[in-house]
Design a protein around this ligand. Sequence first.
Ligand SMILES: Cc1cc2nc3c(=O)[nH]c(=O)nc-3n(C[C@H](O)[C@H](O)[C@H](O)COP(=O)(O)O)c2cc1C
Length: 219
Amino acid sequence: MHGITIPLARLLVGLLFLCPMLGHAQERPPLALPPPQMEGGMPLMQALKARRSSREFSPEPLPVQMLSNLLWAAFGINRPESGGRTAPAAHNWQEIDIYVATTAGLFVFDAKTHALQPLLSQDIRALTGTQGYVPQAPVQLVYVADVARMGQATSEADKHFYAPADTGFISQNVYLYCASEGLATVVREAIDKPVLAATMQLRPEQQIMLAQSVGDPRR
Ligand SMILES: Cc1cc2nc3c(=O)[nH]c(=O)nc-3n(C[C@H](O)[C@H](O)[C@H](O)COP(=O)(O)O)c2cc1C
């Protein structure tokens, strides 16, 4: 189940490097998301009952309000006075960034401004996983740990424990939001991480943890 490769992915990344100037979107201004809707949704126990991994997606894009709600649920700010987030984080380092790949390109979620910062204008969804169903989903979340944000005194072993744990809480928030809204989702480790990190132009201190596909279930 986890090992279907996409040969096209390597071809795509090669093309990205052949045309580096085509890819940059950093000069584009941040895309403000509509304020997240914090009311409604399914009762928690029903969402837990409905939570599951699904690997069949409609290619229809998610409405922007839904994307806003999804990202807030994932790791948005729920206590503006302290900057507290919807998921716990070891030492409150908040070292996990959520990158968002859609047909419109690659963005990074800025929780403080609740906005998407454009990074690349190419559709890199196919590179976020090695399984055949991955590119069908309209939204791919890529969870990236910025080790530079974790305390200097912390041992490498502890960092290797904390960052995946922190990622898991965010992923489960996404699972529960998707269950509540009837969306399909699956968290994924089957990623060609070196290729994806190069495509995303990550710094050496940034480590890809997991990815998660989100979309409407195929009807
Ligand atoms: C850390 C982690 C990595 C996973 N990686 C993949 C993956 O690469 N591809 C995939 O299709 N599913 C992946 N899954 C989803 C599991 O296969 C799924 O959670 C499991 O089969 C149980 O199904 P359920 O989520 O519907 O309960 C992963 C789950 C976890 C927690």
